[in-house]
Design a protein around this ligand. Sequence first.
Ligand code: AMP
Length: 257
Amino acid sequence: MKRTCVAITGLGSNPDMFARRALQKFANFAAQQRRDVTTIVMGPPGGGKGTISKRMIKDYGYLHISTGDILRQHVRDKTPLGEKAAAFMNSGALVPDQLVIQMVLDELSKHKAEHVLFDGFPRTKAQADELDKHIKIDIALNLEVPTEEIVSRISGRWTHPASGRVYAYDFNPPKVPGKDDVTGEPLIQRDDDKPEAVRKRLATYAEQTAPLIKHYDDKGVLKSFTGDNKPDLVAAGRRSDAIYEAVKQVLDPLHKK
Ligand code: AMP
């Protein structure tokens, strides 16, 4: 109702321009109405974000927009964007904001989903500011997992380079230590899974995320989760399960509105 009033008072000497603006406003408004709950999930690499996202998609039917996954697909398909992005991704740097923002907007325009889950986006304050212009964020979930837990989890991870099969020594070890189950070939530890590299990736993550945490906290939509709500699950090595229980308590009421 309020929007209609604003439009009518804006009617001036250029009715065409007025009509275009009103239509654009209406289109923006309609696009926002279509998407019921828009959620961002932030969490350190190896902190269980993937597991939690999968459960959210299953329980609430989110459209999952993972910029890392979409970028990797562009690289595999050798699209012009993929060719530009590859060098940044290979060196562990962020892909420039403009490329990522355009890619996300293109992705959004392809779907009519009610609920959208952004994963790995935004990564910078500029991306967050731009996203705010297009969609209202209902909630930003921030997963907090102690560095040493992640270091030990990731550094227990071994890979079979030819197939990409991954083994974790604590919960899905290979049948023969150091050997791939299918081919018997040796497993390797990826350089970026070694403890020092993991600590470095985590420090970079913390540095990049700090301004985003403030951004969403200032907007009153930030919720942080540690899993400390269920110490028994954490002690049993199931921090993601503990976190998800708390996440559900926040998401259930939003989705019932
Ligand atoms: P991820 O799988 O989310 O860790 O992303 C893998 C790589 O894709 C990152 O190291 C970046 O190079 C790039 N990337 C993913 N999301 C973004 C983003 N929002 N902004 C810039 N670069 C990104």
